[in-house]
Design a protein around this ligand. Sequence first.
Ligand code: AMP
Length: 116
Amino acid sequence: MSTVFSKIIAREIPADIVYEDELVLAFKDIAPAAPVHILIIPKREIATVNDITPDDEPALGRMFTVARQIAQDAGIAADGYRLIVNCNHHGGQEVWHLHMHLVGGRRLGRMLARPQ
Ligand code: AMP
């Protein structure tokens, strides 16, 4: 099932693309949660982490090396940042094309709120 991210890959809808190669695409999140908020996606339509296969390992590895480079280029590598991959409903996933959030540029606080 195609998503809005496939349309971005196909240039059918606009996005602020910051990186592209044969395996992955990276673009600015439309609703940034931090001064730097980039989405890094595999070009293959993988719905969720549950749908990953061993064949996807090159693209998944590339997502990390691209994240590292984008963070360095954005000047946030030394201070630090967070990489997030949400999976399915409990994980808070909203777009069914696997994506890595790269968020930084401010102190992000604890990873998760603890239940009271
Ligand atoms: P998730 O909740 O992990 O599925 O995150 C989906 C992310 O996609 C959200 O942070 C949205 O703001 C972002 N998003 C949705 N549509 C677009 C779009 N057209 N361009 C850029 N980011 C988008």
